[in-house]
Design a protein around this ligand. Structure first.
Ligand SMILES: Cc1cc2nc3c(=O)[nH]c(=O)nc-3n(C[C@H](O)[C@H](O)[C@H](O)COP(=O)(O)OP(=O)(O)OC[C@H]3O[C@@H](n4cnc5c(N)ncnc54)[C@H](O)[C@@H]3O)c2cc1C
Length: 556
């Protein structure tokens, strides 16, 4: 049963479905399409337009053992190495063995991958992969093609109800504490306007990442960690929040740039572009056997170190040797984006710096996407299935969204056929009785982002994170003080998002401060070594009765 909820007006309208899916990226849309096959009604609720998530921005591609000589076992090995001792091997095995079939089913839905003259799917390499196993579409527009195909498919099924511009607020449960629906705010006109409730037999969270918790990120504006915040308030366990992957090569747009920044895909390095420093020196040589194609954390750290050594704000990615024809054919999106910002990769090296990219942690799930709250599922980037461990292997995330979405749909279908998915009665009174979380003003978003980038970014230490934690605590205190002074912030999209960002940021810093070691994408300057004796285990975060997040190390 939720003990906390966002401050919001009481629901003014109610809708009913069988399965309500929150989010319309690769994960959410795949769940919706697959539960429909069992005759269950599905409703997809999404914050902005259907294609406004990270999925459509994915460039490099989707990893699966599809090539000659490649096997799921080799994909498993590379994934486990990247995960730095914290992957759930069973979950990874599921990912890599079910992955090739899931990609073929995605093709059957309508996604067109790039193919060679022989008709075979073209495969490229990315960091941490010892083989060419990344399928791509439109050169570097893989996510856009996947999103297009899935959006077309859901739009052509009249039994999938789509609600756009709808911000989901909190979970509703029945008297036994089972997920029974959710509250949401629809920015529309007509019957479903303002705060309402959706009743459902099961709830699937597919709300994507939380990159907006940092100042510079590759994630779109909708990636504010809403699903993780909602799950925490609903009493669910989240895990591995400290493992935020910083993409090494994000186009550097100046010291003041904030929000979503353009990515220069790893595939550019996969095709042979070099990282060079301010003096033109290839600094990745000798640092790792894979040089520029080392796992992302290694590359991001090396870039950050070199930036510090040289007092530089960025490094360079040099792909001039590709020539114009290859840039135009293989990386048309990146080429166009760079040129829009006045940089021509054909004739000059691209200025790059690391930025927050991917949340390896999230809502803890089992192999069927079930969370610790009965009837609540999580899928895609918002979930922590255990496949990424301490660091995600490049291009495993679209695959994870696909594979575990299919598994959630299969679980729901099985339970439905077994009569284990009855209609639920929503306990609205209990939901209203939950403690309302005061909302920070909308300007808090930028302050949270600054605090996080300053103290909990690529480089972390106890001191840097103490400053960030104190700043976040002050923002929370101010929100409570404004309520006490009867000057609370208005409940609206910006303040609800700010409240979610604040909770997620606080939970992330608490976990990162507790993990006194360096592992995967979590880099502690004051604890530079990996410490398996104490830390080869997960931190499980839940919400305390007071409303603050508490992280507990899992039993070893
Ligand atoms: C620039 C970029 C490049 C990438 N490249 C690759 C790549 O090459 N290969 C790869 O495997 N991965 C890549 N990734 C990661 C990958 O794209 C994401 O992890 C994946 O697409 C996440 O899919 P998802 O369905 O979980 O979430 P998303 O696609 O992010 O969708 C989340 C959805 O939830 C909605 N939502 C969020 N909060 C709410 C709320 N409160 N109420 C209602 N709706 C809500 C959003 O509007 C959105 O529709 C990349 C990511 C980025 C940003």
């Amino acid at each position: 049963m939720s003990t906390h909820r966002l401050t919001a007006p009481a629901p003014g309208w109610t809708a009913t479905t069988d399965v309500v899916v929150v989010g319309s990226g690769v994960a959410g849309l795949t769940v919706a399409l697959n539960v429909r096959k069992a005759g269950l009604r599905a409703m997809v609720v999404t914050k902005a337009m259907l294609d406004d998530g990270s999925t459509r921005w994915a460039q490099g591609g989707i990893a699966a053992a599809l090539g000659e000589g490649d096997t799921p076992e080799q994909h498993l090995d590379d994934t486990l190495v990247a995960g730095a001792g914290l992957c759930d091997e069973e979950a990874v095995r599921t990912l890599v063995t079910e992955g090739p079939g899931a990609v073929r089913r995605l093709i059957a839905v309508g996604a067109a991958f790039d193919r060679g003259a022989d008709g075979e799917i073209l495969l490229t390499r990315e960091g941490g992969h010892h083989r060419r196993r990344i399928a791509h579409a439109g050169g570097d527009a893989t996510g856009a093609e996947i999103s297009r195909a899935l959006v077309d498919a859901v739009r052509s099924d009249p039994e999938i109800e789509l609600i756009e511009h709808a911000l989901v607020l909190d979970l509703l449960t029945d008297a036994e504490g089972r997920a029974a629906g959710l509250t949401l705010h629809v920015m529309g006109e007509g019957q479903r306007d303002g705060v309402g409730a959706v009743r459902a037999r099961a709830v699937v969270l597919a709300t994507g990442g939380m990159g907006q918790v940092f100042s510079a990120t590759t994630n779109p504006a909708v990636s504010t960690g809403d699903g993780v915040a909602l799950a925490l308030r609903a009493g669910a366990a989240v895990t591995d929040l400290e493992f935020v992957q910083f993409h090494p090569t994000v186009l550097w747009l100046g010291p003041e740039a904030e929000g979503q920044q353009p990515l220069v895909s790893e595939a550019v390095r996969g095709e042979g572009a070099h990282l060079v420093d301010a003096d033109g020196v290839r600094f990745m040589l000798g640092q790792h056997e894979l040089a520029e194609l080392a796992p992302r954390d290694i590359v991001a750290k090396a870039i950050t170190r070199r930036m510090q050594e040289q007092g530089a704000e960025h490094m360079y990615l040099d792909g001039r040797h590709f020539g114009a024809e290859m840039w135009e054919r293989r990386f048309p999106t990146i080429l166009a984006t760079c040129r829009t910002h006045g940089i021509d990769p054909v004739t000059e090296p691209i200025p790059i710096a690391p930025a927050a990219h991917y949340a390896s942690g999230g809502i803890r799930t089992d192999g069927h996407g079930r969370t610790s709250v009965p009837g609540l599922y999580a899928c895609g980037e918002v979930a922590c299935t255990g496949v990424h461990g301490a660091n995600r292997l490049a291009s495993n995330s679209l695959l994870e969204g696909l594979v575990f979405a299919e598994r959630i749909a299969a679980d729901l279908t099985g339970r439905h056929l077994a009569g284990e998915l009855p209609e639920r009665t929503v306990d609205v009174a209990a939901a209203r009785a939950a403690h309302p979380v005061p909302l920070p003003p909308s300007e808090a978003r930028a302050e949270i982002q600054r605090l996080m980038s300053r103290g909990a970014g690529v480089l972390r230490s106890a001191a840097s994170m103490a400053g960030t934690a104190a700043g976040l605590a002050l923002l929370a205190e101010q929100a409570y003080a404004h309520v006490a002074e009867e000057k609370p912030a208005d409940p609206r999209v910006e303040t609800w998002e700010a409240a979610n960002l604040l909770l997620v940021a606080t939970a992330l810093v608490a976990a990162a401060a507790q993990r006194e070691e360096t592992r995967g994408c979590h880099w502690r300057e004051d604890h530079p070594e990996r410490d398996d004796a104490h830390w080869r285990r997960h931190l499980i975060t839940t919400l305390a009765a007071t409303g603050g997040p508490v992280s507990t190390p899992e039993e070893q």
